[in-house]
Design a protein around this ligand. Sequence first.
Ligand SMILES: [Mn+2]
Length: 457
Amino acid sequence: MSPNGNWLARSRPAPLTLPESPLILKPLGRVPKRVGSCKERFEVPPVSERRVKERYGILGEELQEHCIDIEVVKDKVKAFEVEVPSWLFGRFGGGRFGDYMPPAPAPDANAKIRDAAFVHSLTGAAPRVAIHVGWDKPQGVAFDDVEADQFAELRTYARGQGIDIGAVNPTLFLDGTHLGSLSSPMEEVRRRLIRHCVVSCEVAEKYGRGLVTYWLPDGTNYPGQADLWGQERRVREAFREIYETASDQVRHLIEYKVFEPGTYSTVISSAGIARDIAASLGDRAGVLVDMGHHPWGVNVAQIVAHLIGEGIPGGFHFNSRYAADDDHAVEPNRSMYAIFCELVEADVVTNRDPARNWAYMVDQCSALENRIRAVLHTIDSLQVSLAKALVLDRERLGAMRAENNIIGANRVFLDAFLTDVRPIVRTARLERNLPLDPVEEYDASGYQQKIERERRA
Ligand SMILES: [Mn+2]
């Protein structure tokens, strides 16, 4: 303390007076003023047919300058199909939030089908539902008593609702699999699950579209816990038996995941291991890429390019991830755009020859949000991502690459990403008599209120 009292206060500089400037000292939160005779919020329709047509016309002219025919882009968006998962509509997930479940989960397989059919009626893009054999089996049938023909009724029901059964998933993470499923050290566990997989293949052949997708929970929590190659060897032997027992009409996609539930090791932890196992089986086996199953920062578009280049059959489980296996709805972000650029480039999406296309499925089941609204948002985001990839000026990109113009190539690439392609997606809907915005339409439809009433009982 100085003898003159509070030196600190006296040494403090005089308050700075700043000139009035439009650039600084604006109070936070100021937004552009509402102008003219604009309507109250919520009175404005989110999108109008007239605006869509106007913007479609302008965008068409712009794309013409890049020698891209907007009609071709629109037709490809119309042709895009993706499967929705039955488990999205049911009681799956939610553990991290106690018992919370978004209202009105589907109580049984038929109710899941009805929800999936409603999603298809709003989008025209989800004509099949992927099923989990262990969950979607008829009520009252024990896991070990599941037989393929029990799914005839479900398929008939689905067709009556206007959709079909898509990919078939054996359920390899229920009771008895805490030490692994196909890698289990216990012979009886492996036998039981190999049988379950073979039944799943039969379901796929007779009542699905001949596609089986496998996710194994197999791994370890600690180093030393298991013989790592021993685990993989048992998985390979099991897959070999399943592949050889199943009809040759069945295709198999093997899903990988870097971690979870095992935190130290996972038997099928990478695209490389899944690819090696698939290649060891034959040309009807391939790799299933799930967005949320990668280490943070992995370039999924590059994995896709590699699998396509190697001629490995491929499939997608679409979702968004921020941290781990979030199972959130897809956003039309830069990473999804880059992936679709690879798929479009290789012509494995909306190819007229269905055998050339990869298998496109959604795998999302977030605990908090309304799941029907979330999957509608996903389908919208996938259509937008596809359209963006289709408006990429590949010729110009090729020229930039030829000149080794790094920034130029990136700017051409981003130019398509930054293009608002929603007029294309919406025109595709208009021409099919589908709602312009499926999420808005869902909210207006009363379906949610209806299932909440029905399923409360
Ligand atoms: Mn998945």
